[in-house]
Design a protein around this ligand. Sequence first.
Ligand code: NAD
Ligand code: MG
Length: 399
Amino acid sequence: PSMNRRQRVSVLGSTGSIGVNTLDVLARHPERYEVFALSAMSRVDALLAQCLQHRPRYAVLPDQALAAELRGKLREQGARTEVLDGPDALSEIAAHPEVDAVMAAIVGAAGLAPCLAAARAGKRLLLANKEAIVVGGALFMQAVEQGGATLLPIDSEHSAIFQCLPEDRKTWHQRIDHIVLTASGGPFRTREPGTLAEVTPEQACAHPNWVMGRKISVDSATMMNKALEVIEARWLFNLTPEQIKVIIHPQSIIHSMVVCRDNSVLAQLGTPDMRVPIAYGLAFPERVESGASRLDLLSTPGLSFEEADARRFPGLHLSWAALRAREGSTAVLNAANEEAVAAFLDGGLRFDHIHRVNAEALAQLLPAADECASVAGLLALDARARRHAQGLIKALRAS
Ligand code: NAD
Ligand code: MG
């Protein structure tokens, strides 16, 4: 795309935490970017307000009745945004020929199809939606390569690694010994593991350093978020499971590190603000103002590091197990976790049972080779794993 016109951006999941931060960064640079499309799942009025402010060509609400409601409200305001609904609308705004960049900020495997559509259409794909790459695996990376897409990580850890590496990815393998993903440890880093059974959704969602959506907040409390990030890193940087390490760093100042073959360690630092990786993804290889406050090292408390305790965070270790198991196992782990977290948030599953569901689903449900060969196969595997997890959840609830 020509650099002398504004870049057109579709934001999938625009009403969420990452979506709102993305719109904040875009609005700081009206000369560089215009919002082409927005999307949400259910919050019609929030999406309406975004449409009135950013005037996108399209807005997507998958549900027909909600889409009709938004259409009516937009008409009342005299806004010209066209509302799309139905199962393919997200892929349409992700792959639209006039779109330059797609922010994938939907939560869960529901984002896989539109991510693949953007990848195949050769877009700049800004990936926050880690579940999509965890489910998509090799197929996801093939779509990026074949479509000629530019895949840029938005997850702060992966953005940090990416920022530490040179632009020419052909040199990465030769340089990297391993990477170290930092983890804050979440709200229960120092809580007695034996008391985790009583944790409520509100406690689990109260993250010390980041304000995020509810699903990723629970994942941060169980460390399944870091487990998903280990899997995400495997694909983004083409690493073996052994080349990915995790360390607890409660202050969330160092966002991750690359340990080079010569033992030089490269790190990226900053205040914990998702607008930094978002701005980097949008402007790469340039840099633009993000709105984040600057890191003041003199008023920063000491940086500390701890080992990720396997007894406290058993979920973390499922990532390496899933990567070493048969292909498709990472999709099974993700599906089980999505179901378990939803059940926990609904009050239907104990916090410490999330790990039981994930571990048992991973051990019991074996993916078939043909399930990993196509998107349809992966989505069928995802559905199969969700049903299996539902059975486990029911049994735990009855016990
Ligand atoms: P969120 O719950 O705040 O927002 C999710 C957005 O997706 C909302 O706009 C919602 O309407 C939409 N959505 C949800 N389910 C959908 C579905 N089935 N179909 C279509 N749209 C749907 O979540 P978030 O915290 O913004 O996280 C979004 C993604 O980014 C997640 O994959 C998360 O792991 C990742 N991420 C978030 C952060 C963060 O700081 N919030 C950091 C790193 C990575
Ligand atoms: Mg992260």
